[in-house]
Design a protein around this ligand. Structure first.
Ligand SMILES: NC(=O)c1ccc[n+]([C@@H]2O[C@H](COP(=O)([O-])OP(=O)(O)OC[C@H]3O[C@@H](n4cnc5c(N)ncnc54)[C@H](OP(=O)(O)O)[C@@H]3O)[C@@H](O)[C@H]2O)c1
Length: 352
């Protein structure tokens, strides 16, 4: 098959013929229709991806084979079933999504309802699963539908994670206050945000959030987690403290401002339940397998179709591009901060 892989000189990526990964017990083989790009993809190329590791995490497509051991999923996973999911891209020669075929555990895909496009479905992988990992699993809050009768601060409403976080938080019953560039305020409101402010003026953001929430929040998710975002997010907490989830490592200075706020950095890659090396190229920084995260990921996959079909969960805005060859140009754009409030999606062989 064709796949986008890390190149020999560790300075980029190239489309290359590689073997279709073998099916292990419990796996499905998916013919990829669309893939969606995340910042982690270009970051992997820049810092971690070894030669010939397949890039990319988020995909959609159709099942072409189901291995033995996947029996409990056979009822609804058959050749031809439309599915989407997320894999640990950028590190392994047999796992990435930016390829014509993906092999993944059968219980780590979700079945895409007939009414939902595969291009939209491809965007869920990293941003949706990270969202629920933070807002349900880490914050120990209920799955939607629920009635969390309080405000939550989502820093970064126009990011990929932010579009899902706003919708999921609303379905959990929260009132959502967020930040985005003014050009994206109407869009962010259309995904459910109750209040949205421009993030350019940090003091105003903090004052506005404290004002609209009547004294501050007790839960927040910072979908940017760099620059001054952690400081802003932690300053929006009310007198009771609470929990702030981050997507990049904690800034100790921001953290020290509020010792009563539980600051939790999470990594979507733990959702696969396997040990992996998160060290940059040439370094070893092993992260252990977290069984509870894998179990949660299975739950999330079982739940996604229902959220889409019964509760109207939708994809972020999507721009569809050409094939695998076009992805490195998308990496460049994303790295330069030129991708605002949308996902870049690419049509692979199985797309129509
Ligand atoms: N730990 C994990 O497992 C995990 C999972 C997912 C993502 N991440 C990380 O989380 C970050 C976001 O990923 P993503 O895919 O959601 O992002 P994305 O969609 O690529 O984010 C693009 C958006 O970022 C917004 N933005 C840029 N600077 C901002 C700032 N200072 N304040 C508020 N918004 C700002 C822009 O908003 P405007 O155009 O409105 O200005 C733009 O729309 C990345 O660093 C990614 O690597 C980590």
């Amino acid at each position: 098959m064709k796949a986008l892989v890390g190149n020999e000189t560790n300075d980029g990526s190239l489309v290359k013929e590689v073997p279709v990964p073998p099916l292990r017990e419990g796996d499905v083989l998916v013919k990829v229709a669309y893939v969606s790009q995340n910042p982690t993809d270009w970051k992997h190329v820049a810092t971690r991806t070894p030669p010939d590791a397949i890039l990319g995490c988020d995909f959609s497509g159709t099942v072409v084979a189901v291995s033995g051991g996947a029996e409990k999923h056979r009822e609804h996973l058959k050749p031809g079933t439309r599915v989407a999911g997320v894999v640990h891209g950028g590190l392994f020669p047999d796992k990435g999504a930016f390829a014509e075929y993906v092999v993944t555990p059968a219980d780590l895909v979700w079945v895409v309802p007939d009414s939902f496009s595969l291009s939209d479905a491809s965007t869920f992988g990293i941003p949706f699963n990270t969202t629920v990992q933070a807002l349900v699993h880490s914050q120990k809050a209920p799955w939607p539908p629920a009635k969390q009768n309080e405000w939550i601060f989502i820093y970064g409403g126009s990011t990929g994670v932010g579009f899902f976080a706003t919708q999921v938080a609303k379905l959990q019953g929260y009132k959502v206050v967020t930040v985005a560039s003014p050009r994206n305020h109407d869009l962010v409101r259309s995904y459910g945000a109750d209040e949205v402010f421009d993030y350019k003026n940090a003091d105003e953001v903090v004052a506005n959030v404290l004002k609209v929430t009547g004294g501050g929040v007790s839960r927040a998710l910072d979908t940017i987690s760099e620059g001054n975002s952690q400081e802003i997010a932690i300053k929006t907490f009310g007198p009771k403290g609470g929990q702030l989830n981050l997507l990049l490592p904690a800034d100790p200075v921001a953290q020290s401002l509020r010792p009563d706020v539980n600051v939790v950095f999470l990594l979507a890659y733990t959702l696969f339940g396997l040990e992996f090396n998160f060290g940059e190229r040439g370094q070893t920084f092993m992260l252990p397998a977290v069984k509870e995260d894998l179990e949660f990921h299975r739950q999330a996959c079982a739940k996604t179709g229902e959220l889409v079909e019964n509760f109207g969960l939708k994809a972020p805005p999507v721009t569809i591009r050409g094939g695998l060859e076009d992805i490195p140009a998308g990496f460049q754009e994303m790295q330069e901060g030129k991708v605002s409030a949308k996902r870049l999606v690419y049509k692979v062989a199985g797309g129509n």
